[in-house]
Design a protein. Structure first.
Ligand code: DX5
Ligand code: ZN
Length: 217
C-alpha cells in the first residue's frame, strides 16, 4: 500500500492569485496545504498568519488538509487561534520556547492533531519521549526560514524515527520539508518519510499533476 502524501507549501504560490493557485493544487491532487507561519524571531523571516489562514479555510476543498507549520518562538500562545482559523494539523518546533508537553496538550484540546518539527541539528532522540502523543514528526531538510533552499540529507534521522515508531507500534507520519524534488523525494521515502512538503519544485513544474504523482510514487 502506498500511503505517501504531498503537502504543497503555499510560500511559493502567487499571493495575488492565491485562490486560483489553490484550485490548481486541488486539480493536481495535492493532499495537504502546507502553511508556513514565521514570526521574524524564531526564524529570520516573516510570512503570513491567522487572517490569511481563515480566508483559505473558507474556500479550500474539504479533502485538502490544512497543514500548519509554526516557525514561531511561542507556539503555545496561539494554538487555539490556529485551530479556530481552520488548522487540521499543527506542527510546532521542539526548539521553540514553549513547553513541549504543554503545547501537545493544548493541541489535543482542539480539533487539530499534533506534530513536532526538528531543525537539521536537532537529534532524532529528542522527539522520542513525545511520539506516542503525536500524529506526525516533521524532519526539516533545510534550516527553516525560506523556500527554495538546497536539500540536506537527513536520512539517518528519518530512519531512527521510523525505527522507534515501528518498535513501539506507533502509527505516525514522518514529514520532510525543504528542497524536496523528484530526486530528493526518492532519498527521503527510502529512509521512511511518507509526507512530502514541496514548494518551489511544485510551483515551478510544467505539469503540476505529474510532479505530484512523481513525489507520491
Ligand atoms: C522553509 C519552509 C518550507 C518551504 C519549502 O522554512 O518551512 O515549507 O516553503 O520550500 P521548498 O520546497 O522550495 O524548499
Ligand atoms: Zn514548512
Amino acid at each position: 500500500m502506498n500511503n505517501n502524501l504531498v503537502s504543497a507549501s503555499i510560500l511559493s504560490a502567487d499571493m495575488l492569485n492565491l485562490e486560483s493557485e489553490i484550485r490548481e493544487l486541488e486539480k493536481a491532487g495535492v493532499n495537504m496545504l502546507h502553511f508556513d507561519v514565521m514570526d521574524g524571531v524564531f526564524v529570520n523571516n516573516i510570512t503570513f498568519g491567522l487572517p490569511v489562514l481563515e480566508q483559505i479555510n473558507k474556500i479550500v476543498s474539504p479533502y485538502m488538509e490544512l497543514d500548519v507549520h509554526l516557525m514561531i518562538s511561542d507556539p503555545l500562545k496561539y494554538i487555539r487561534e490556529f485551530d479556530r482559523a481552520g488548522a487540521d494539523i499543527i506542527t510546532f518546533h521542539i526548539e521553540s520556547e514553549s513547553d513541549t508537553m504543554e503545547t501537545i496538550r493544548a493541541i489535543q484540546q482542539t480539533e487539530a492533531v499534533a506534530s513536532i518539527a526538528l531543525k537539521p541539528d536537532t537529534p532524532a532522540e529528542s522527539v522520542f519521549p513525545y511520539m506516542e502523543y503525536l500524529s506526525m514528526v516533521l524532519v526539516m531538510t533545510v534550516e527553516p526560514g525560506f523556500g527554495g533552499q538546497k536539500f540536506m540529507d537527513m536520512s539517518d534521522k528519518i530512519r531512527k524515527i521510523r525505527r522507534y515508531a515501528d518498535e513501539n507500534c506507533l502509527e505516525i507520519d514522518i514529514q520532510v520539508d525543504g528542497g524536496i524534488n523528484d530526486k530528493t523525494a526518492e532519498t527521503v521515502k527510502k529512509a521512511g518519510a511518507n509526507v512530502l512538503v514541496s514548494g518551489s519544485y511544485l510551483f515551478k513544474a510544467d505539469d503540476m499533476k505529474k510532479a505530484v504523482e512523481t513525489l507520491r510514487a
